[in-house]
Design a binder for this molecule. Sequence first.
Ligand code: C2O
Ligand code: CU
Ligand code: CU
Length: 434
Amino acid sequence: AGRPGLFKARLTAEAAVTRFAEGLDTPILAYNGTSPGPLIEAFEGDRVEITFANRIEGEASTIHWHGMPVPADQDGNPMDPVEAGTDRVYAFELPEGSAGSYWYHPHAHGATAEQVYRGLAGAFVVKAKADPVPAEYGDTVLVLTDLRLAADGSMPANTMTDLMNGRVGDHVLVNGQKNPRLAVTKGAVRRLRLYNATNARFLKLAFDGAAMTVIGTDGGLLAAPVAADEILLSPGERIELVASFSRPGPVTLATLDYDRGWMGPGRPADGGLTLLTVDVSEDAGGAMPPPPARLRPIAPLPAPAFSRRLVFSETMAMNATGMEMGFLINGKAFDMARVDIVGKAGETELWEIVNQADMDHPFHVHGTQFQVIEHERDGKISRPPYLAWKDTVNVARGETLRLLLRQEQPGRRMYHCHILEHEQLGMMGVLDVT
Ligand code: C2O
Ligand code: CU
Ligand code: CU
């Protein structure tokens, strides 16, 4: 009901300098001077018009609206570069039911991985007109990125290990800060949106001292809350939680170890990192209501009209500079001019993603949200614990994952591994929706 609002903004990508460590200045890329970029919050039903000014010296870029149902020609695909020194407007509507935790980042051909790790990524939250989650919980967006700094404060170039496993930084940052602190009163409940905006770091997360309930995924709320002890967020994924802080004292959000199939030496310590500290005060604030038993209905997608199979694999090839790894889908490396698969708008398809590689690959597709229906590993089939809207999902090594997907709008869409170095080295394809 009512006229849709107009949401207008301007995002300028440009060089900036930040001080992550005392006395060390680090040249980065930033949207509007900050990394992560500004938090964008708009409402379902809004029309969005965002002017992108590319002021990155000598580099084309784009802005991709990760997870959002925007028209293909507004989605910042590699085929639609915005040249250095130029501007373009991205315009789209946010349909009813699209409330969710999306993000934006560059998708320029051959430059996505580097522009993202240098600092270009931000959260785009689409809010529901009628939100069932109590307003007392607040709404806190936590964008997780990671960073590697050389002794002089600069960001070192990629190594061979980075090209194989993706670039994993040494410092995990929350909204650009290392281990920031949050203060709450005893008994507080907080709504948290966690984003894995790293290029390649798998984040297995747990609170020490707070109860955690999952209320939403990439594409918005679940049907009902689900209690969880830990959460695995692969690169590109988001999760919406409520955390209850019932006892006073510091509570930490930290990482647990997760073996994602590291290749070669130098596997980073990924467990035991404290990401965030919540100081819970002695005095109780006002009592907070529990999350509602029902959040919103999620209708299962209908029986598929069609099914397709995408096989993810790795290769080793000898070239002039030595051995190099290649990352393939159905035996092919990405070619921007080639259409790999063709689909029909409005038709539900079953996608079978087969990971024949030695490491996990988080699968992502543009332009829509999908529903994972089953995982198969060593002949055993398991179903996800809840029905959810997702645009990125980890496919573990040796796993076959099945999902239902429907694209509503025509145009060319990318699908790829969201370890951005793998995307860059070929693990991406083009879906043409007619
Ligand atoms: Cu977040 Cu094609 O990417
Ligand atoms: Cu995307
Ligand atoms: Cu990958």
